[in-house]
Design a binder for this molecule. Structure first.
Ligand code: FES
Ligand code: FES
Length: 161
């Protein structure tokens, strides 16, 4: 089947098995190495991307569901104002990452900053628990995101998408 979609702002088209995992498509056909295929079962969150603006585990998304959609991987996310805001928040809070899955952590945080509704404490904890990151300190990362959400609510940050 032909799959047409928008990937990181560009129109793309390719032939794929309708049930091929989006994570495999992105890694193997487009060489996007930021997302990882680890558990392949929706547990680790290391394969997250934005699908039409929603944070999803791409290992659970079959190729046919992507037709006509917009996909943003970390490679595209890195050039947004949201990424800058997340980076600033983590830097200011002294958050440190080993680099194994920080792309996924940043995207999870970005989805909170870009949500139309102001995320509450439960939203923040639930979204950040999407990514099973072993090296970051939850009290620091969650505190950083709370601060960024506050800053956005105070008009110090504009939505990037
Ligand atoms: S590889 Fe997709 S959630 Fe773990
Ligand atoms: S960035 Fe180190 S385990 Fe996630």
């Amino acid at each position: 089947m032909t799959i047409d979609f928008i990937l990181n702002g560009e129109d793309v088209s390719l032939k794929a098995d309708p049930l091929e995992r989006l994570s495999d498509l992105l890694r193997e056909r487009f060489g996007l190495s930021s997302l990882m295929s680890d558990c392949l079962a929706g547990f680790c969150g290391k394969c997250v991307v934005y699908l039409d603006g929603r944070l999803v585990n791409s290992c659970l998304v079959p190729a046919f569901k992507v037709r006509g959609s917009e996909v943003v991987s970390f490679e595209g996310f890195k050039s947004t104002d949201t990424f800058d805001a997340v980076s600033r928040a983590f830097n200011d809070a002294g958050a440190e990452f080993c680099g194994f899955c920080d792309a996924a952590v940043f995207m999870a945080a970005g989805s909170l900053l870009d949500s139309a509704e102001r995320p509450g404490e439960d939203d923040i904890e639930e979204t950040m628990s999407t990514v099973y990151c072993r090296c970051s300190t939850p009290s620091i990362t969650l505190g950083a995101i709370r601060g960024a959400v506050e800053a956005k609510a105070g008009g110090k940050y504009d939505r990037a998408r």
